[in-house]
Structure formats: structure tokens, C-alpha cells
Design a protein around this ligand. Structure first.
Ligand code: HEC
Ligand SMILES: [Cu+2]
Length: 320
């Protein structure tokens, strides 16, 4: 099976890790361009330093009258590097923005980091620890949070890294371009066993991945589990259309623009939904009383993820 070829772990001499995602080639190109550019400048300066120190050494008979002012040259060598740096900035910024904007059809995976392991869950409810199975050639978006301290989700072969913070969601997406196993590291020092917070990404053919995803113990999908919680925690008691309490309807809330009491407007992304549940008085919806209780300390990160997945799935269901 393809997953047996440990592409990134194979022995031998590598200057660079395998480049196994669509992002990897682009990041490598910027890296190479910077190394060449900086290397060339450093080399030219080095050669000039050596030449000048020989040419103008003490005791050499050479014309030492100061040169006349060459303003044109000074302006040119100030402006040219500036433009080059702006160019590099624009180039890198474009890739950076792309990384922050996952395609709409990307496969969602939630990640909860804790000292010292990665807990991952797929949409259909399948869970894994320190392993992430993904299909080849399909975009995958990971939404991450931490139960304790700051961690960092790092897949060198994909050239992606993102801090994982307690109290909020961060996300990242990638499309794998090579079958095999690739190391997953925590790259933010997070305590005594930080160096053992290691996992792997297993890239499979879409058919193998489909079989893998359907395997495992039978369990409710994240959305189904979230819906059960929605009733169990009493959310539906207020938010149901038939409720006697005046609370906003949550069908189709994800991505909706909400007007708040203090005049701000916010787009309901995962972080907004998270805060609505844990710190409801922070963003009170216009036209409603701040009567919603906080659920901080009552829901685990996994349950919160499932609740949000359920809220988000109501939008998908309603959209054409
Ligand atoms: C006691 C009634 C009550 C309960 C229980 C309750 N809510 Fe609310 N909720 C409200 C009210 C009222 C608002 C609007 C005022 C505000 O924003 O605080 C609201 C706002 C929200 C919003 C923001 C809505 C928007 O349009 O932006 C979300 C999301 C939400 N609740 C989710 C939940 C979830 C999930 C639960 C269960 C874990 C829950 N609520 C439990 C009354 C309730
Ligand atoms: Cu860590």
C-alpha cells in the first residue's frame, strides 16, 4: 500500500525535505529566490571588501582624493533594492493570503492540541490521535484549538505551520501531492514533553481514503453529535422557533452578518460562534436581551467543535 513508502522519513542526504503539497513548490521558490539574491549581494560585497582593502591598504601609492559626488548612482542603488524588496513582499504576501483562504469545498478536519498530543476528528465523526489521514490531491482545511498552552501545527513536507492557541480557532489548508507518510510536529515549545508531540500525516489515494474514513467504530457525525448537544444543553429551549424566549434563530447562521447592540457588525465565523457560546455578553445581538448563559467550563473543546459544526451545517443545508 502506498502509505508504506515513508517518503519523508527515508534515509539519505537531503538538502530539502520532500515537497509534498501544492504550497511546497511556491514556498521553495521564494526561499530559493531569497537565498540567491542575498547570496549574490553578500558575495559582491565580500569581493569588494577584499579588493578595496588590498587596493587602498596603507602604504599603497594610489590616488586618495575624494570622488566627486555621484548623486545619480546613490539614488539608483537606494531605489533599486527598495523596489526588489517590495516585489518580494508582494510575492510572499500573495501566497500568505492564499493560505488564509481555504477553498469552499475543502475537507474539514478539527484539531485539538494538548500537552502532549494531537487529537483530530473528521466530519463524519471518525477520530484519530497523532495521525491525520488525508486524500491525495484534495484540499483539506484544519481548524485548530488548544486545551492548554500554545502549540504549533507544523508539516515540514507541506511547508505549512500555524500556531494553535487556547481560547480561539486558527486554521490552515493544504492539498497533498504525494502519497506516503510525512511527519507532523509541534513547533512551539509547550512543556517538558514537547519534543515527543510528534505525529504523522498519511496521504492516501482518494479511494483508500474513502474506505479508511468509512471504517472504524460506528459513531454519530460531528453535526449529529452537535445537534444532540444542542438539545441536551438546552440551547434549543431558547433558540427553537417555537420557544417562548426571545432568542435569534440559528439556522444558517454561519457566514451571516450579525448586527450587534453596540452598533458593530460581525460576520459569524467559527471564532464568533465560539465566543457566542462561551462569552455570550461580549457580542450581544441587536434587538435581544443578554439573557444567554455562558457555557464556559461546561463544554469540552471537542463538544464545542461539534456544536459549531452543527451550527455551520445548518447553513450548508439551507444554501442552494
Ligand atoms: C436562556 C436562553 C438561551 C440559551 C439557553 C442559549 N441561548 Fe444562545 N442566545 C440567546 C439570546 C437571547 C441571544 C441573543 C443575545 C446575545 O447575543 O447574547 C443568543 C445568541 C446566541 C448566538 C448568536 C446569534 C447571532 O445571531 O449572532 C449563538 C451562536 C447562540 N446564542 C448559540 C447558543 C448555543 C449553541 C446554546 C447552547 C449551548 C445557546 N445559545 C443557549 C439565548 C439563549
Ligand atoms: Cu505542543
Amino acid at each position: 500500500m502506498a502509505a508504506d513508502t515513508d517518503a519523508a522519513l527515508s534515509s539519505g542526504f537531503h538538502l530539502m525535505d520532500a515537497a509534498a503539497s501544492t504550497q511546497a513548490g511556491r514556498t521553495d521558490a521564494i526561499f530559493l529566490a531569497m537565498v540567491l539574491l542575498c547570496g549574490t549581494v553578500a558575495l559582491v560585497l565580500l569581493v569588494l571588501v577584499v579588493l578595496f582593502s588590498i587596493r587602498y591598504r596603507r602604504g599603497s601609492h594610489i590616488d586618495r582624493t575624494p570622488p566627486r559626488e555621484l548623486r545619480g548612482i546613490e539614488i539608483a542603488w537606494t531605489i533599486a533594492p527598495l523596489l526588489v524588496f517590495f516585489g518580494i513582499f508582494g510575492w510572499a504576501a500573495r501566497d500568505f493570503v492564499t493560505l488564509a483562504d481555504p477553498p469552499a469545498d475543502a475537507l474539514p478536519v478539527t484539531v485539538v492540541a494538548k500537552q502532549w498530543m494531537w487529537k483530530l476528528q473528521h466530519r463524519n465523526g471518525r477520530r484519530e490521535i497523532n495521525e491525520l489521514h488525508v486524500p491525495l490531491g484534495e484540499p483539506v482545511v484544519v481548524t485548530m484549538t488548544s486545551e492548554d498552552v500554545i502549540h504549533s501545527f507544523f508539516i515540514p513536507a507541506f511547508r505549512i505551520k500555524q500556531d494553535v492557541l487556547p481560547g480561539r480557532y486558527t486554521r490552515l489548508w493544504f492539498t497533498a501531492t504525494q502519497l506516503g507518510n510525512f511527519p507532523l510536529f509541534c513547533s512551539e515549545y509547550c512543556g517538558s514533553e514537547h519534543s515527543q508531540m510528534i505525529g504523522r500525516v498519511v496521504v492516501m489515494t482518494p479511494a483508500d481514503y474513502g474506505r479508511w474514513l468509512a471504517g472504524g467504530p460506528a459513531q454519530p457525525s460531528m453535526g449529529q453529535y452537535g445537534f444532540a448537544l444542542f438539545r441536551q444543553l438546552g440551547c434549543s429551549g431558547c433558540h427553537d422557533a417555537r420557544s417562548t424566549i426571545h432568542a435569534p434563530l440559528l439556522d444558517g447562521i454561519a457566514g451571516r452578518t450579525t448586527h450587534l447592540q453596540d452598533g458593530r457588525t460581525v460576520v459569524a465565523d467559527a471564532n464568533y460562534l465560539r465566543d457566542s457560546i462561551l462569552v455570550p455578553n461580549k457580542d450581544v445581538v441587536a434587538g435581544f436581551e443578554p439573557v444567554m448563559p455562558s457555557y464556559a467550563g461546561q463544554v469540552s473543546e471537542e463538544d464545542l467543535g461539534a456544536l459549531i459544526d452543527y451550527l455551520q451545517s445548518t447553513s450548508k443545508r439551507d444554501s442552494p
